[in-house]
Design a protein around this ligand. Structure first.
Ligand code: GCU
Length: 380
């Protein structure tokens, strides 16, 4: 099915429709938005509401109680570099509770509090979240550079599966969301899990939670963006190769389309998103309006040339056009090259960054190293 959808996709730039994009700077009542007060009071809430109702669904924020319990069941794979905390986070609501697991590594023999990098993991191995695969999550490099780093597995809050995705927090804590056209699905749940990890960071004496960084690749890159649009506690958000429904403009219909993603993954986005299958041009937003929901906090995208399914050019345009809120509303110094085709080196601007590399769809050390350079410049 994957191969079939990918083979049928359009990869011909000359067949990309002429882009007519919704304007982030004109309100629903037709008012021109050109200052911070109008942006924050009028336009940002309008755009947030549209993404919530037609794309991602609600990310509920209410619950009754949260508690943290260190369990420490596994052997620490980095005894020389880190302290490992394996933490069960239990959240209750309306008499029911759900427990998710995070793994946190804190640099050893260094002085905290530390900035922290959270990765939303979805790799099929170790669904309890204990994955330590240096190629994907370079824990030892991050520790050596003085970051604490944590991850949780997406499936510890919502299984990545159309039959079972509700068998996490949706059935247990938020059953009223089921069947709502704008109700939460897997992305809402994964975002919710990231927020609970943040709750843990906030009360941790060795973590500088004002310097929290959220990282996701591909499907969890899309979720990371929606998380950060909902939760202003993230200082930097990184979506690697997040493609359709993440970084890339839907109206380009290049590579993966709205219809293709909704057919294969009907449990990721709100049901309302399906109304736009094959009708991207009728969406009231497009993905270039997503970075503006995260502004002025820093945002980073990246693409791979061999990952045409995610539409690298659409991802580049998503961040380039999206960065206008950073420059025009928040006064950040940003200059994006106009040509995507001739891009050579990473674009690291004030609070906004992007790179494209050779190779296939994956989160690699090359991606991390460019990103960490951007973090160094932007983590104030
Ligand atoms: C599929 C899906 C993409 C997704 C990717 C991934 O290819 O079509 O939308 O980003 O999986 O998560 O690796």
């Amino acid at each position: 099915m994957t191969v079939q959808a990918q083979n049928q996709a359009n990869y011909d730039e000359s067949k990309v429709p002429a882009l007519v994009l919704p304007d982030p700077f004109v309100s629903e009542k037709g008012m021109l938005i050109n200052n911070l007060a109008d942006w924050e009071k009028i336009r940002r809430p309008e755009i947030f509401h549209l993404f919530e109702s037609v794309v991602y669904g609600i990310l509920p924020k209410n619950f009754d109680a949260i508690s943290f319990e260190k369990v420490n069941e596994k052997e620490n794979p980095y005894p020389d570099l880190a302290e490992l905390e394996e933490v069960n986070i239990t959240v209750s609501r309306n008499g029911k509770s759900h427990t998710m697991r995070i793994n946190l590594f804190l640099p050893k023999d260094k002085k905290g509090p530390f900035p922290v990098i959270l990765l939303i993991n979805y790799q099929p191995t170790y669904p309890d979240g204990s994955l330590v695969d240096e190629a994907f999550w370079p824990v030892s490099e991050l520790l050596k550079r003085g970051y604490a780093t944590a991850s949780f597995h997406a499936e510890t809050v919502a299984p990545d599966n159309n039959e079972t995705y509700k068998n996490g927090i949706i059935n247990t804590l938020y059953p009223e969301q089921i069947g709502m056209p704008n109700g939460m699905k897997a992305y809402g749940a994964w975002g919710w899990g990231s927020m609970r990890a943040m709750d843990y960071f906030e009360q941790h004496p060795q973590i500088d939670s004002k310097k929290s960084i959220l990282v996701g690749h591909s499907r969890t890159g899309k979720a990371a963006l929606w998380t950060s649009a909902n939760d202003p506690r993230w200082a930097i958000t990184y979506a690697n190769e997040s493609g359709c429904g993440g970084a890339a403009l839907s109206r380009r219909k290049y590579g993966e389309t709205v219809e293709a993603i909704n057919n294969r993954f009907p449990y990721w986005f709100a049901d309302n998103f399906k109304k736009y299958n094959g009708k991207e041009e009728t969406l009231p937003i497009d993905q270039h309006m997503l970075p503006g929901l995260i502004a002025p906090r820093a945002i980073y995208y990246s693409s791979a040339k061999g990952d045409q399914w995610a539409d690298p050019k659409g991802e580049f345009l998503g961040i380039k056009l999206g960065s206008r809120v950073y420059s025009e509303i928040y006064g950040k110094k940003i200059e994006f090259p106009s040509e995507f085709e001739t891009l050579k080196s990473p674009i690291h601007q004030e609070s906004v960054g992007y790179h494209i590399r050779e190779g296939e769809h994956n989160l690699t050390w090359e991606d991390w190293s460019h990103f960490l350079e951007f973090v160094g410049k932007n983590l104030k």
